[in-house]
Every structure is written in C-alpha cells, then in structure tokens.
Design a binder for this molecule. Sequence first.
Ligand code: P6P
Length: 340
Amino acid sequence: MDHNKLALPVGTTLDRFIMRKQEDFPYATGELSQLLRDIALAAKIVNREINRSGLIDIAGAYGSQNVQGEDQQKLDVIANIRFIRALRNGGEVCTIISEEDEDMIQTGNNQGKYVVAIDPLDGSSNIDVNVSIGTIFSIYRRVSPTGTEGTEQDCLQTGTHQVAAGYVIYGSSTMLVYTTGNGVNGFTYEHSLGEFFLSHPNISTPKTGAIYSVNEGSSEYFSEAMAAYVAYCKQQNFSARYIGSLVADFHRNLLKGGIYMYPATKKAPNGKLRLMYECNALAFIVEQAGGKSSNGRSRTLEIEPKGLHDRSPLFIGSTELVEKAEEFLAAEYTDALASM
Ligand code: P6P
C-alpha cells in the first residue's frame, strides 16, 4: 500500500496560506497577515457561539436598536464585541467602523496602519431559524499619519482603496472567503482541529448564470425599469433564490453564477445595504473573481462615501447579468435626466 495513503495530508491551513502569500509582497512586514489572523480568530469564536446559541441564552433580541434603527439580536452585540476585541488586541488596526456603532471606534493602537469596516453579523434575524448568516469586512490602509487616532478621512475611502476584504459564512459549514487583490480564496473550518483549511482556491465566478436574488415582496415599490428586469429574469426561466441573508445569497451566486439585487425603491431610495461594510467588501471580492458590482449605474467600488453608514443600491454577481440589469435601469436613468 502507498505509504502516503496511510496518512493523507490535511491540506493548507489559512495561517500557512497567509504566510505563503505574504512572500508575494517582498516589502510586507507581516502586519496585514497578522490582521487577517486576528479576524479569523474572532470568526472561530463567533462560530462557536452561533452553534451554541440555541443551547445557551444568547439567541433572540438584545432589546435595543443599532444606528440603523434595526432591532439588535444578542448575537449581533456579542459578535461586535468579539471582532472589536480581536482587532484591538491584535494591535494592527487604529480605527474600526461597525454596523453596530454609530461613531468610529478608536482602538488605542495609534501606531496601527489599518482601518477596518465590518458588519459583525449580517442577517442575524435568521439565527433563531437556523438560516446561514455572515460577517463582512473591508480593510483599508490609513491615510492619516501613524501615532494619532484614525480620522473620518481614513474611514471614508472609496472601495478601490481596500487592501483586503472578505466574509465569513456560518452555514452548513463555516467558510472564510477573502481577497488581498490577487484573486479570491475560500477556507473551510475544521471544527475538530480548530483550523480553516484551503478548500476553494482561486474562486472564479461564472460570467453568466440563471439565478436572480431579490425580495419580490417589495416589488410594489420597484421602479418600472426594475420591475421590467425582474420580468426579464422570469422570461429567461431563471430560478428565484432569496435567503434574506446577504452573505448566503452572495456566496451561492459567486460559486454558481447569478445576480443579487437590493435596488433603490420608493420605500428605500438608497436601497438598504451599507456601502462601507457590506457593498464594498463584496464588490472587491466579486471583481477579483471576474464578476461585477454596481448601484445600477456606477461601479460600487468608485462610489464616494459621504458618511460611515451610507446606504447604496446593490447589483452584484455575474458580469453579464449585472450589465443586463444596468441596461434596463439606464432607460430609467435617461428618462429621469430627460424629465429634469
Ligand atoms: P429584506 C439582512 O438584514 C440584510 O442586511 C441582508 O443580509 C439581506 O440580504 C437583506 O438585509 C434582506 O433585506 O428587506 O429583503 O428583508
């Protein structure tokens, strides 16, 4: 018997992968690598708490609202604490913006070179019904001098300035998917070893697909152009898949092809999703995987943020599907200009 078959290799851990990739950056000092490890550590801890939430009293509403006016779940608060603590203790991050906090969070690490924008637990209203949820993060290099607290200018950078971005999906398995601008790689968590292992190297998203994801319960608030595009998807016999958890819908479409849409509606003129810690991270990832992301008209990564919690419409996924949606919406945009 082949000796090696007796003990098959377990694969490449996230740590080893990060170290190998760091070698691609000869001047890298290891700070970004450490930052990615800090995020992975917090993800392991949050994963454990999500998996136990039905058994210990951390499911359900926390009893307060976040800056968005949304009811916070207990696990929203716990995840926020875990990620902020890991980033503060890691020392590489000077300032954090989080969905769960109205203002910038200063970590005290004024020598830290990086700023992180994070949605610690997206889709958390799905926890109690065992639907996949996720963490979404963006990493920027600060623009203000080290030695001082991070500034709003450090936080309000366009998505093109991200140095890394990723998400964790707490689903049938727990995965961490991230990019540093050299492709997209996915790691699956092996609970028994407490490690993320490379399972989806060099993710490339299909140029087209047959899945559309949008909340059609809001269709009465859709513009005519948006309604026309949804009708087009039905005429193409696409499958409607909408989990109501952005990371889960995005991850499925990334691997299988498809488009996720949270459009501007009469009820939500800027859409619902937040530019800095939801849209930009996923836009960086999808572009690195060969896909596309826009607000229906302009490239997501080039949208100038005005505030920490700006919202933006989001059309993201397979390039051909996003471009077709933009074609439909362009008619509306032209009409709007003509009527001005
Ligand atoms: P709606 C969850 O609250 C979230 O931010 C995303 O995860 C999800 O895709 C979207 O909102 C669902 O919003 O309005 O369709 O329920």
